[in-house]
Design a protein around this ligand. Sequence first.
Ligand code: IPD
Length: 283
Amino acid sequence: MADLWQNAMDHAVTIARHAGEVVREALQDDGKKTVMTKSSSVDLVTQTDQKVEQLIIQSVKEKFPTHSFIGEESVAAGESCVLTDGPTWIIDPIDGTTNFVHTFPFVAVSIGFSVSKQMEFGVVYSCLEDKMYTARRGRGAFCNGEPLQVSDQEDIRQSIIATEFGSSRDPEAINKIFSSLRSILCIPVHGVRGAGTAAINMCLVASGCVEAYYEIGIHVWDVAAGSLIVSEAGGVLMDVEGGPVDMMSRRIVAANSRTIAERIVKEIDAFSPPRDDAAPPNQ
Ligand code: IPD
C-alpha cells in the first residue's frame, strides 16, 4: 500500500506542475478568462478552473481508475461532496480564483489525497512563485524539496496572522468576521495578512512566515492538502471553537502551536456555514 500512495503522490506532483503551466499561460492571456459566477456574484469561476480540474481528474482516472474525487468545480456542477473511506483525491484546480481573475499574483493548484478519511499526502503548487509544497503523512513537509518547519513564536503579540474574507456577503457573517478580525488585531498582533488563497496561506504557516491562518467559509478542497502540509511542518489544526477540525465544516484554524491556535480561538466570533457534505436543499 505504502508504495501505491507514493506513486499516487508522484503523479499528483507531476499533474500539479502541468496544471500550473496551464494556469500561468491563461493568466498571461486575458482573452482566455471567461468569468462566471457560482453561489453569488463574488463567487467566481473561469473556464480555466473547469479545464484544469478535468485535466487533473482525467489524468488520475487513467492511472488510478478505482479512486474517487471531490473537485471544486465538479461539486459546483452537482456532484456529491462526500468523503468515504476509499482513496479520494480532493482537488482545487485554482485556489485563488478571484486573484486569477484580477491577475493578483498568488494562485495555487491544490491536491489532497485521503484514505479512510485521513490525509495521506498533500500537494500545493503556487504557480507564479513556482513553489511546489508537498507533504506525506509521517514524512514531513517540503517546499521545492527543502524541509519546512513552522515558526517557534509562542507569543501572539509577536505574530502575524493570516485570514480571508471569503465569498459570503451575508451581513451577519460579515459582522462576525469583522468582530473576530478586530479582536485579533487589537490583542495586538504584529499584523494580519491574506494571500487570497487558503492553500498558500496554509503553506505560509508551514514555512514559518506567519504564525497562524484561520477562516470560516472555506471548503474542503481549499484546505485538504494544506492541512497536511501544516501538520507535517510541526503545526496544529483546530476548529474555530477549539476541538478537532472537521474538514467538511468549512471552519479551520491552522497554527504553528497549540498555544497560538487556542489564543486565536478565544477571539473568534464563530458561526457555522452550510457544511460541504450537506445534501443539496432539493434532496
Ligand atoms: C477561495 C480562496 C480564498 C478563501 C475562500 C476560498 P477559490 O478558494 O481560498 O482565499 O477566502 O474561502 O473559497 O474559490 O479561489 O478556490
